[in-house]
Design a protein around this ligand. Structure first.
Ligand SMILES: [Zn+2]
Ligand SMILES: [Zn+2]
Length: 470
């Protein structure tokens, strides 16, 4: 039901990619910001340049679309499902597409870049599935999908009612609970219902009909992590009348409930005075590794997270509907536990998101991502780490921080080998740390890479599989 899209005819594939890339480049008239490695299985390293997303393209601009259609038409006979960067005008031609919403990580405020922090959307038909919600990602979500419906009035166009585009967001998958993956989650919960997140108006009754956003994420860590940096501040606990809910490490369910409590004034006002739905019904949380009814257990004994955050395991299913199957595994982002990678299989192809992880996942990521069309993988710049931390003495706070950066993330020079070991067609870099890392450093990801390389950008769209027929 969810076939992997193997690539067997590499010559046809290269001809196709070259032609489409050339046409799209001409149409968009933009500088190439993405690069590719040698085509898979071809050690001679044929270079294929793929254009990046044109941030300045006018929405709805269809100039050049006919040429693009012709180019696609010419390639239909040899199409093999190779992921392709597409422009805004071409995006609707793909039933399944990956949309990068936020492509930096760690600190949210890198200078000289407008990248939002980690978030991605996989679109299948009209349905949107999101992985992580870092800072700025809800704005990117609106930029990517909130086309609106306008009507003409004397003096200009006006919006026809309220935006409803978030009714298409079906599920959110959190890789882990660091703020660069969750900071816009409260924003999403507070502002989303205003654009039909989790509910629609039942045309028969005129009443709110709930179709809750399904949120999948980590449970309570269970214990506070070891202090590796001689921290001297205050440990924050949740505030609850229920002693069992007082914790320093709340999971996704409790975090969600606490967001509602923290914003209770506006939640209650929006509901009582502004016609909003019941906020508590627009979201349904399932914890992966949690113990509540309906939660999804880990397929291995839960380890002591202060000793082992990433035991070897086989991938396991966490979600399935008629369009996607989502599988999951633990990755190594110590001391964070759990930290997940997710794989989405669709009829058009497969996409795996690494989440935050060091390069050594004991084979977990390789098992999960094996044969994916696309691996979206985090990177950190070793040169920046060395510049920032120098050579601190063992036992110091700086030493601990440097070790954390190097071992719980994957450096640019390491990620190519990871992708090759995952046997993927295309590696897309995201969660760039720092967010202003120059392409001259990011291109090091080609080291030991046998697939194509794309340097991710916010709002870049990547078509998965073949364009829609007709
Ligand atoms: Zn991160
Ligand atoms: Zn993290």
């Amino acid at each position: 039901m969810f076939p992997n899209r193997g690539v067997n005819d590499m010559n046809a594939l290269r001809r196709m990619v070259l032609t489409v890339a050339l046409v799209v480049l001409v149409i968009a008239g933009i500088a190439a910001v993405s690069v590719s490695g040698s085509s898979k299985g071809d050690p001679s390293g044929t270079e294929v340049t793929v254009p990046g997303y044109d941030r300045n393209a006018a929405p709805g601009d269809t100039s050049g679309l006919q040429k693009e259609e012709e180019a696609v038409s010419q390639q239909k006979s040899s199409w093999k499902g190779q992921p392709t960067v597409i422009t805004g005008t071409g995006s609707m031609k793909y039933r399944t597409r990956l949309v990068l919403l936020g492509t930096t990580g760690g600190i949210a405020y890198w200078p000289a870049t407008t990248r939002a922090t980690s978030s991605s959307a996989l679109v299948v038909g009209d349905t949107i599935y999101i992985v992580d919600m870092g800072q700025g990602s809800t704005y990117r979500l609106s930029e990517a999908f909130n086309t609106g419906t306008f009507v003409n009035t004397p003096g200009g166009k006006i919006e026809d009612g309220s935006p409803t585009f978030l009714k298409n967001v079906k599920a959110l998958f959190l890789t882990h609970l660091h703020q660069d993956h969750t900071a816009d989650y409260p924003n999403f919960l507070m502002n989303g219902p205003g654009a039909n997140l989790g509910w629609v108006i039942d045309p028969n009754t005129g009443q709110a009909k709930y179709v809750p956003l399904q949120v999948f994420g980590p449970p309570n860590r269970g214990q506070l992590e070891d202090d590796k940096t001689n921290y001297t501040g205050t440990i924050v606990y949740t505030d609850s009348s229920d002693p069992e809910l007082i914790t320093s490490t709340p999971g996704t369910r409790q975090m969600t409930a606490l967001i509602m409590q923290a914003f209770a004034q506006t939640v209650n006002d929006m509901t009582l005075d502004n016609g909003y739905p019941d906020f508590t019904k627009v979201v349904k949380v399932t914890e992966i590794g949690g113990t509540q009814p309906g939660d999804i257990p880990l397929p291995v004994p839960v380890p002591d997270p202060n000793n082992d955050t990433c035991p070897a395991m086989d991938p396991f299913e966490v979600y399935r509907d008629d369009q996607v199957r989502v599988t999951c595994t633990l990755v190594d982002h110590h001391q964070v536990f759990p930290a997940f990678a997710y794989r989405f299989d669709t009829a058009d192809g497969s996409v795996t998101f690494s989440g935050d992880t060091g390069k050594n996942t004991k084979g977990n990521l390789q098992k999960l991502a094996n044969g994916s069309d696309v691996l979206v993988h985090e990177v950190i710049d070793r040169a920046w780490i060395n510049k920032k931390f120098g050579n601190p003495a063992n036992g110091t706070r700086m030493y601990a921080l440097k070790e954390h950066m190097l071992n719980s993330h994957t450096t640019i020079d390491e990620v190519g080998q990871v992708a090759t070991d995952c046997n993927v067609n295309t590696l897309i870099l995201y969660h760039l740390v720092p967010g202003n890392t120059p392409n001259g450093h990011l291109i090091e990801a080609k080291k030991n890479l046998t697939g194509k390389l794309i340097i991710g950008e916010d709002l870049m769209q990547i078509g998965i599989g073949r364009p829609k027929q007709g």
